[in-house]
Design a binder for this molecule. Structure first.
Ligand SMILES: O=C(O)CCC(=O)C(=O)O
Ligand SMILES: [Fe+2]
Length: 368
């Protein structure tokens, strides 16, 4: 259920605080863009003066309109991310503390940059079990918010959970704030990340047709973003692995494919840009890339830049349970929720630090 505007504007509600912070954030970024010559090239796209950002919606609208323009221009993308990091460090003056890279995490960043995904240390089985035990007692929901756990509908192969339940899942936000993972993400994105999505979903086996995100597609969650996936069930080739087309998150790689496509650039764009879902045959014809299936035991964790072409394969023999966290550079808040109090037992004391406070501010109320 969505909140009313009175809820959002009521200072007593937690929803107010998340949205008010997002409004202030957008206002602050505009101030940076308008007060430093270095960021002049961004003003054509981020054209509103700070005083025109009166509430979070003004910021969200401005950024929604800017997304595709920044997406296709790597110079502007880098400059925007620099402005965001400048804003966080120099204006917000947040004392965040991301772990320095070590050889392993440096390799993670390199793989994300070059291939588009990277494997992380597995989550321990006791944590996975606690997460599964928690989730299996909750109703999954379909796109209309109706509970469907264990009984997939005719037209839907995947069931998700309510966001308010997902954020209270044992270990999930703790894993999402793991200092090693945050260090990889921070270094990959180029700015301190904001978690904008926390989700858990079950893909049902035995359906006869792949649907929605089970077909190849790209995500457009933010200017730069990546997703953490954690398998909560064993995933082999037949139980719904995440499937990725290596390096398709790189504009340079796609530009090269586009330029050399036998049927021309126009045909390529109609497929790459305009067609939401892409078939396996098309992938072969347009890109000639063999898909990588990411398999792994329950507890396997990996980061993916899902700006590249990907899907979750329809499971044949066993349901797949997975959870997913999206890290972005801007606070593209997606759903009205009551924030989880930081005093909730699923939040370990070590998370009460300025880094997690920034990263998780759309989901956790650090004042409560
Ligand atoms: O289910 C999967 O493996 C991928 C789902 C997906 O497309 C996404 O989370 O962006
Ligand atoms: Fe996706």
């Amino acid at each position: 259920m969505s909140a009313t505007s009175e809820d959002i504007l009521n200072p007593q509600s937690e929803i107010y605080s998340a949205y008010a912070n997002v409004g202030r954030w957008y206002w602050g970024l505009q101030s940076v863009i308008f007060s430093h010559d270095k960021f002049v090239p961004l003003r054509e796209i981020f054209s509103k003066r700070p005083e025109e950002i009166r509430e979070f919606r003004d910021g969200l609208d401005l950024h929604a309109a800017a997304l595709m323009k920044i997406f296709v221009n790597l110079n502007l993308q880098d400059l925007l991310i620099e402005a965001i990091q400048f804003y966080i460090e120099k204006d917000l003056k947040l004392q965040m503390n991301f772990q320095p890279l070590n050889p392993k995490t440096e390799q993670n960043v390199k793989e994300l940059s070059e291939i588009g995904y990277t494997h992380l240390d597995s989550i321990s089985l006791d944590k996975v079990e606690a997460m599964n035990n928690y989730l299996k007692n909750l109703p999954a929901r379909d796109w209309n918010n109706n509970p469907i756990v264990g009984k997939p509908t005719e037209v839907q192969n995947v069931g998700g959970f309510h966001l308010k339940d997902v954020i209270a899942c044992p270990h999930l936000l703790e894993i999402a704030n793991d200092p090693k993972i945050l260090s990889v993400v921070r270094n990959y994105l180029g700015a301190a990340p904001t978690i904008i999505v926390a989700s858990a979903f079950q893909s049902f086996a035995g359906k006869n047709q792949a649907r929605d995100a089970q077909l190849f597609h790209m995500d457009y969650d933010d200017y730069k973003f990546c997703k953490l996936f954690v398998y909560l069930t064993d995933v082999d080739e037949k139980s719904g692995p995440h499937v990725y087309l290596d390096s398709t998150h790189k504009l340079q790689v796609m530009a090269q494919k586009r330029g050399s496509f036998s049927k021309g650039i126009k045909a390529f764009d109609e497929w790459w840009i305009m067609k939401l879902r892409k078939t396996d045959e098309e992938v072969k014809e347009y890109l000639g890339i063999t898909p990588t299936k990411i398999t792994g035991k329950a507890g396997s964790a990996f980061l993916v830049d899902t700006r590249g072409i990907h899907k979750g394969l329809l499971p044949e023999n066993r349901d797949r349970m997975i959870c997913q966290i999206t890290y972005a550079v801007s606070p593209r808040i997606q759903e009205h929720i009551t924030l989880l109090p930081v005093s909730n037992p699923v939040i370990p004391p070590a998370m009460k630090n300025p880094t997690s406070e920034y990263v998780s501010r759309l989901f956790i109320n650090f004042q409560k």
